[in-house]
Design a protein around this ligand. Structure first.
Ligand SMILES: *[C@@H]1O[C@H](CO)[C@@H](O)[C@H](O)[C@H]1NC(C)=O
Ligand SMILES: *[C@@H]1O[C@H](CO)[C@@H](O)[C@H](O)[C@H]1NC(C)=O
Ligand SMILES: *[C@@H]1O[C@H](CO)[C@@H](O)[C@H](O)[C@H]1NC(C)=O
Length: 758
């Protein structure tokens, strides 16, 4: 009793009388989340949002966020019966496969759980035969489908995990309908119709939990390919170059309407991120050969117009102006409470009507319209935007019957929605998207991720073959900086060996031979490389350099001899190439010459001359936490080499007096403190690439092998001492080995790499 009296007193103290109203602060009592953290948008002030965060592969349960109300109470109040925790992410049930078997049968599937798919005899499998549950609540790969040739007009469209389908006939005009089971909801087309051209209308549906989200990579691929459809168009008159992309016809106009929800339902710092994201998007669009007109609004209960599309029509506005206006835009003391999504759509509709008025009916026919909205969908004013969206369709399609069949002018209107926020109101949003060419509804955890997403909308197809291409995000070292980096674990009996490696083709990893012992088998080896399809890759085989022999010079006073310390690991499956995962360039290949811009018939020697000079600054990676950090070293060649390799004689187990016995010509030497202070390799750095960045490409020069002293068994970025040295295999010296495997054209597993003739 006393306790509750005290408690009331405390709350009273926290309340303020403001303008006749009593304002209270919320408290942090009982707000903790097991296994996670929370952030507050406005401290404990009224209207502050408390947002829960969990590690990757987990989601907050039962609440994702809470709001501090005027009376000092949180809405949803925490309940002792349902304590706030981070729960493990699950993937939807894969047991929807028809005419086949799913293994292993489990009641629930969590992150990293694997499933395999097999068809009954007489049926063939399309899609993935193996899928891994990913941390975003989706299965890797694509929907497995078992079908047999039945002479239908369309192929079996399959059943996505967690869904049910009605309709088992796939002839012209046949319909299939989908729904999601349990507490999953459907994103994509509920209904698909078989068309004359053998395709199904709409996009493949997927079943999402409310914690399922799209990764930046998925969004950039899906949105990228869809928006590219609007930014480029096929020239129907040009049949010599099929699929060539050209400018939209001169008279044609593209109008892009961007709306960003800045209501209080979304965090405050969101505004800056939103502004940067929109800037990134229009910058990206400006790299396409088309100049759209823009309407840009921020909205809450009101509309804040940043850029008016009519200024473009009048020739008053240009892209630069848009960027300045975005930069200068401030919400200030304006009222951001409440969200009127309908008002945003109504504003766009009104602008379209004005365009139509100016251009006339015929002129308007040339105009395409793309609406892009960023919102969490929690509108609480203005009612549902459904009717306004119908009016927009009516105006653009110019076809009163568009509801009955696909409108002729379907490709003149796209509505994309990026659903963003701690809690998204999917049911109010996902049916508002419009347009052909794939997914239009995206679910993201936070808008910051979108900047990178838009950054990646480039023609990935065109850069598929480019080794060593990477991003230079210099502040945080991310996967994109080292898309070739791999980590290797060899686990045999009680022994665990961790090494680094580098992706040199979509199927091969280069590492050190000493990472393996003679009784290791492929099944003991895993490669960690996160291509978004499950990070742990299985290994088909590995190959050590045939001349690698640790005991070859025991009689010459070298207990452990590391010449030819290189190995290649072959994966069971290709990794998926993207901005996140891409091979490094290796010496003496044609691709590397192309990357170095060597024209004509180039040679290995030319490459070496460009890449490897005395005191060349090189880099290798070391594990740090879940990812990596850089170490910087200088290659001692020419006059500096003798002094460098001399220190090899200090290493344990070396009794010869000649440093060239343990350190052959095949090694590069780094370390020491003069003339530059180098970093030193630690346990666990072995096998990693010693590399150099050259004109936005990364070329591997060495493989980390051994050192004269072990200064850091625990790893980390450690500086060299005056007398410590590291020895790395010079990759230019082991090209015949690389060529014998990577350049082998007597096999069907992979496309051979093209090596230079000399
Ligand atoms: C809470 O409100 C007070 C009074 O309006 C203000 O001075 C303070 O900055 C607010 N705190 C936060 C974290 O927003
Ligand atoms: C599935 O994942 C859960 C949670 O990580 C794990 O406990 C379980 O062993 C996994 N099952 C299989 C078959 O890998
Ligand atoms: C390694 O070298 C030693 C010494 O020359 C030799 O006896 C041994 O056979 C070699 N091992 C292999 C696998 O070639």
């Amino acid at each position: 009793m006393r306790l509750s009296v005290y408690w009331f007193g405390c709350v009273a103290l926290l309340c303020l009388l403001m303008g006749g109203e009593v304002w209270c602060d919320c408290t942090e009592d009982n707000m903790q989340i097991e296994g996670g953290t929370y952030t507050l948008t406005k401290g404990l002030n009224a209207s502050s949002l408390l947002i829960y965060h969990c590690p990757e592969g987990y989601y907050p349960y039962p609440s994702k966020k809470r709001v501090c109300q005027l009376n000092g109470k949180w809405k949803e109040e925490p309940s002792i019966f349902r304590p706030q925790t981070c729960r493990m992410v699950e993937c939807p049930s894969p047991f929807v496969l028809m005419h086949g078997i799913v293994n292993p049968p489990q009641e629930k599937y969590y992150v990293d759980n694997e499933t395999t798919y097999e068809c009954y005899s007489g049926y063939t499998l399309r899609g993935s035969d193996r899928r891994v549950c990913l941390p975003n609540g989706k299965w890797s790969g694509s929907t497995p489908i078992c079908s047999r040739d039945s002479g239908s007009d369309c192929a079996d469209p399959g059943i996505p995990a967690g869904a049910s389908r009605t309709g088992n006939l796939f002839r012209l005009d046949d319909k299939v309908k989908y729904s999601c089971n349990g507490n999953l909801f459907l994103v994509g087309s509920h209904e698909r119709v078989c068309l004359e051209n053998g395709q199904w209308t709409g996009t493949e549906p997927a079943c999402y939990y409310d914690y399922t989200y799209d990764t930046p990579l998925e969004v950039s691929e899906a949105f990228g390919s869809a928006i590219k459809g609007s930014l480029t168009t096929l020239d129907p008159t040009d049949d010599t170059q099929e699929g060539r992309k050209i400018r939209i016809s001169k008279t044609g106009k593209l109008n892009i309407y961007i709306g960003v929800d800045i209501s209080e339902s979304i965090e405050e710092k969101y505004l800056n991120d939103a502004r940067d994201t929109v800037t990134k998007l229009i910058t990206k669009i400006s790299s396409f050969p088309i100049s759209p007109n823009y309407e840009i609004v921020f909205f809450s209960s009101d509309i804040y117009e940043v850029v008016n599309i009519l200024d473009f029509l009048d020739g008053k506005a240009q892209l630069n102006l848009v960027k300045t206006q975005l930069e200068n835009f401030k919400v200030g003391s304006r009222n951001t409470a409440g969200t009127d999504l309908n008002l945003a759509f109504a504003t766009f509709l009104e602008r379209m009507a004005l365009i139509k008025q100016r251009t006339g009916e015929d002129g308007f026919k040339e105009h395409r319209h793309v609406i892009i909205l960023f919102t969490d969908g929690a509108y609480n004013m203005g009612g549902s935007p459904d009717a306004t969206v119908e009016k927009i369709k009516n105006m653009v399609y110019m076809d009163p019957n568009y509801r009955q069949k696909e409108p002729l002018r379907a490709d003149y209107l796209d509505i994309y929605i990026f659903a963003i926020g701690a809690e998204v109101f999917d049911d109010d949003l996902k049916h508002l998207v419009v347009g052909l060419g794939g997914q239009h509804y995206f679910r993201m955890k936070d808008i910051k991720k979108l900047q990178k997403t838009f950054d990646e909308i480039i023609d990935e197809e065109e850069v598929k073959g480019l080794c060593g291409l990477h991003k230079d995000y210099d502040t945080n070292k991310e996967r994109e900086n080292y898309p070739w980096a791999a980590q290797i674990v060899v686990q045999n009996e009680g022994r665990v060996m961790r090494c680094m490696g580098s992706l040199v083709t979509p199927m091969f990893i280069l590492t050190a031979a000493h990472c393996f012992t003679f009784d290791d088998l492929p099944k003991h080896v895993t490669v960690d490389i996160d291509d978004g399809q499950g990070r742990t890759k299985r290994v088909k085989n590995f190959f050590l350099h045939p001349k690698f022999n640790v005991s070859a010079k025991v009689n010459e006073g070298v207990k452990e001899f590391y010449d030819y310390d290189v190995a290649l690991i072959q994966l069971k499956e290709f990794v998926k190439i993207s901005t996140l995962v891409r091979p490094i360039c290796i010496p003496c290949t044609q691709e590397t010459s192309d990357g170095l811009k060597l024209v004509g018939e180039s040679t290995c020697a030319q490459q070496e001359q460009l890449l490897l000079k005395n005191m060349e600054k090189l880099t290798f990676l070391t594990r740090r936490g879940k990812w990596v950090d850089e170490k910087h070293v200088h290659a001692k060649l020419g006059d500096n080499r003798d002094e460098c390799i001399r220190h090899a004689l200090d290493a344990a187990g070396i009794t010869t007096q000649n440093p060239e016995v343990p350190v052959t010509e095949n090694f590069l030497c780094t370390g020491g403190r003069t003339p530059f202070r180098d970093h030193i390799a630690c346990t666990g750095d072995s096998g990693g690439a010693v590399f150099k960045n050259y004109e936005h490409r990364t070329v591997q020069i060495g493989v980390v092998s051994w050192g004269s002293q072990n200064l850091c068994k625990g790893g980390g970025v450690v500086e060299s001492q005056e007398n410590s040295r590291d020895f790395h295999i010079n990759v230019f010296r082991v090209v015949p080995f690389l060529k014998s495997i990577l350049g082998n054209d007597n096999q069907d597993d992979f496309a051979p790499l093209e090596f230079l003739k000399s």
